[in-house]
Design a protein around this ligand. Structure first.
Ligand code: FAD
Length: 332
């Protein structure tokens, strides 16, 4: 028997009272005790740790900060926006090669001045997002204008601790240590359950919301911008701000990697376009584009920048106030 399974079997046995030992199964149906010989605490002699053949070991999450890779993107993003915008003026573009860089910049800049945001949907973005909590992915997949493929914790077994505390827990030694103790304890029991033949779909129930995971995220620029606007609001969970920063870096890195002007082997030098996207104002709370705060219901939270937003004093707002302060939604 796997030593971890043996150790865990001892722990499981400690939870069985003498009365239960004599009485046997205490309930009928799926929650009844297993018949003798199939007790999950007795995995037998077979040298396999996974009860369900569909289970596999999750690839380790090496970095506990969010990591984003832009896998695929529209290769001439601002050319596509320009071509669609030109249609509004009756100009027919059949080859992006005839669109000049001046036109790309012009229509990109004009697209911020109109409510007609359809041309932004011409820019497809397919990201891999890693090192994000299950709490975060639960929120992320609420976006209906994107498609996702998430690492399954029903089948992927988390062999190593992969979790990150929130920034406020992490900032104090006592709270961080208490969190670490609890995480280690939970992970030990999770691994023990897996070793004792419990399927991951049940064992995962013990793992915390802070468990780190990964997912593919395919959207387009219009819907990314809408989503970032809402989720970069100070009342959204702080992790979004870390992920937004990583998304931005990923767009930048994609241009460097595939479209660098300095690399003659690259087919096109649209690197500057990805820099433009990464540096654009879509990476800001929605109030910056609306010119007002759209979160004013009784059930909305407070915000340290709202009063200046309502006075139109955007120049007086430092980026760090909404991007780096996890308590920015605490005021009333
Ligand atoms: C700060 C914050 C706090 C939140 N707190 C909670 C919470 O406590 N509990 C909770 O359950 N959720 C919460 N949410 C999630 C929120 O309720 C939305 O589900 C989520 O933000 C997706 O927003 P959406 O519907 O605008 O976007 P999407 O679902 O991505 O849709 C994008 C846009 O497409 C259009 N659209 C898509 N589908 C339809 C449709 N079927 N009919 C009509 N139009 C459609 C709409 O114009 C919509 O704005 C929170 C979100 C934020 C930003």
């Amino acid at each position: 028997m796997d030593p971890r399974s043996r150790e865990f079997k001892t722990k499981l046995d400690a939870h069985i009272t003498d009365e239960e030992r004599v009485r046997g199964p205490i309930d009928e149906g799926v929650y009844a005790d297993e018949p003798d010989g199939t007790d999950p605490g007795e995995p037998g002699t077979e040298i396999t740790r996974y009860a369900d053949k569909a289970m596999f070991e999750a690839e380790e999450i090496a970095d506990i900060m969010p990591q984003v890779t832009l896998l695929v993107a529209t290769p001439d993003p601002l050319g596509a926006v320009a071509a669609m915008s030109m249609m509004y003026e009756g100009r027919v573009i059949r080859d992006l090669g005839v669109v000049t860089d001046e036109e790309r910049i012009h229509y990109w800049s004009e697209s911020f001045k109109t409510h007609l945001k359809a041309p932004w949907e011409a820019i497809d973005l397919h990201f891999l997002v890693e090192g994000v909590s299950r709490a975060f992915t639960h929120q992320m997949v609420r976006q209906r204008t994107a498609v996702f493929a998430q690492e399954s914790m029903r089948f992927a077994v988390k062999e190593k601790i992969a979790a990150r505390p929130g920034p406020i827990i992490a900032s104090k030694r006592q709270t961080r240590e208490a969190w670490e103790d609890a995480i280690e304890n939970v992970w030990e029991i999770y691994n023990g359950l897996i070793g004792a033949g419990i399927p991951a779909e049940e064992a995962r129930g013990l793992l915390p919301h802070d468990t780190l995971t990964r997912l593919h995220y395919k959207t387009n620029l219009r819907n990314l911008a809408d989503h970032l606007g809402n989720r970069l609001c100070t009342q959204a969970q702080f992790e979004w701000r870390m992920v937004a920063t990583a998304l931005r870096q990923a767009i930048y890195a994609h241009g460097e990697r595939y479209f660098s002007a300095d690399d003659p082997s690259k087919t096109s030098n649209s690197n500057w376009q990805f820099r433009t996207l990464a540096g654009s104002s879509i990476f800001q709370p929605v109030c910056f584009s609306l010119g007002r705060c759209p979160f004013n219901a009784d059930f909305d939270r407070g915000c340290t920048i709202r009063e200046r937003v309502e006075r139109g004093e955007f120049d007086l707002i430092e980026e760090a106030e909404w991007l780096a302060d996890p308590k920015a939604g605490w005021v009333r």
